[in-house]
Design a protein around this ligand. Structure first.
Ligand code: UD1
Length: 340
């Protein structure tokens, strides 16, 4: 058995897939999650896939005492992967204080606890949103950080700065900041996947619910962008590929003798895809039609962004390998499972 890793938000979408990959790589996992956007049955799904039931505590990372209870109950936690955060861009505009408290206080609590419990490193979930609309594409890690367009985006920028400042001030831990592009798909077993609350805001859950007949039609937000077909372009990355990058990051953070105390990696495929291309690929791959119509632009959307993932490829020795077709199939299989 390798090191003990605390995964905050471990029953969430990316968190649960990461717990599976950590356990498959022999790490011992302790999950904390307040279940605000997930449910405890996810732990069953993780156990079905891996044969191992991770420790799970229903704890809110804003609650410092409850977090201390977790560190005391599971002594010897070596690393943390911090997923627990709110992530709906629109909601963050409506309820900024909720976002600041949730996404910032949780991080502060963890960073303050780390020296006390000799935790050696933190992997942090960040987002390509920190780049805004980059001047040059694909975007690499040296691109400037642009002013955030939502409180959600701002929390990711501020969190990155908090980690940077703490490490510059000599904090006794390392950190790896992972900037995700657009994670999609589900585990190939369909035991875990994305579980959006209410009407999905993100493209893929809305698309698969429309394909399943739960929603009447998908709105494509704009076809007058300066892109080949006029719809926005994103870098869609398979969630299992993304999860595997976290295992490599933990490995590097805890075992790499290098002096790097803080590192940043873009996690994407390097391939930009438009909304319309994605819909057509889904239809061709699954044979299921997705009724859709073009509507106006969505406020705050970036026109186009995709990753230059070469730094992660070279330094982490990690590359996204799943095909778009298999990824969309996995999303569809998961949607069908949810409907059973
Ligand atoms: C957004 C955030 C990202 C965050 C992620 C988490 C920005 C710029 N991006 O990603 O930082 O990590 O959410 O939730 O703040 N679309 C439609 N119809 C729909 C839904 C989406 O056409 O019903 C389009 C969008 O315009 C966009 C693409 O699909 O071009 C992807 O949208 P979405 O899945 O919401 O992700 P992002 O906005 O890229």
């Amino acid at each position: 058995m390798k090191a003990k890793i605390l995964v905050t938000g471990g029953t969430g979408y990316i968190g649960s897939h990461t717990v599976v990959e950590l356990q498959n790589s022999d790490y011992e996992v302790v999950i904390v999650d307040n279940l605000s956007n997930s449910n405890a049955e996810v732990v069953d799904g993780i156990e079905k896939i891996t044969g191992i039931r991770p420790a799970f505590q229903q704890v809110d990372c804003r609650d410092k005492e409850a977090l201390a209870g977790v560190f005391n109950r599971y002594p010897g936690i070596k690393g943390i992967i911090h997923f627990a955060a709110s992530k709906a861009v629109g909601e963050s505009v409506q309820q900024p204080l909720l976002y600041y408290r949730n996404n910032i206080v949780s991080l502060l609590n963890l960073l303050e606890a780390m020296p006390e419990y000799q935790v050696e490193g933190l992997v942090f979930s960040s987002s390509c949103t920190v780049y805004g609309q980059p001047d040059r594409l694909p975007v690499d890690e040296t691109a400037p950080i642009l002013p955030a367009t939502s409180p959600y985006g701002n929390t990711k920028q501020v969190d990155e700065e908090i980690i940077r400042d703490a490490i510059h001030a000599g904090a006794p831990y390392k950190s790896i900041i992972l900037r995700y592009f657009n994670p999609i798909g589900a585990h190939p077993t369909a035991e875990i996947g994305e579980l959006p609350n209410g009407v999905p805001q993100n493209l893929i859950p809305f698309l698969t619910q429309t394909a399943a007949g739960i929603r009447k039609e998908l709105s494509v937000f704009g076809n007058d962008y300066h892109t080949p077909d006029g719809s926005c372009i994103r870098d869609y990355i398979n969630v299992v590929d993304l999860a595997k990058a976290h295992v490599v990051a933990v490995e590097r953070m805890l075992n790499n003798p290098s002096n790097a105390r803080l590192e940043y990696f873009n996690l994407g495929t390097g391939r930009g895809l438009s909304v319309l291309e994605l819909i057509h690929t889904f239809e061709e791959t699954t044979g299921v039609k997705v009724p859709h119509k073009i509507v106006g632009r969505r406020e705050g959307d970036i026109e186009q962004i995709w990753a230059d993932p070469r730094y992660a490829n070279e330094v982490l020795g990690w590359t996204a390998v799943e095909t778009l077709e298999d990824t969309l199939q996995s999303a569809w299989k998961w949607q069908l499972k949810l409907g059973e």
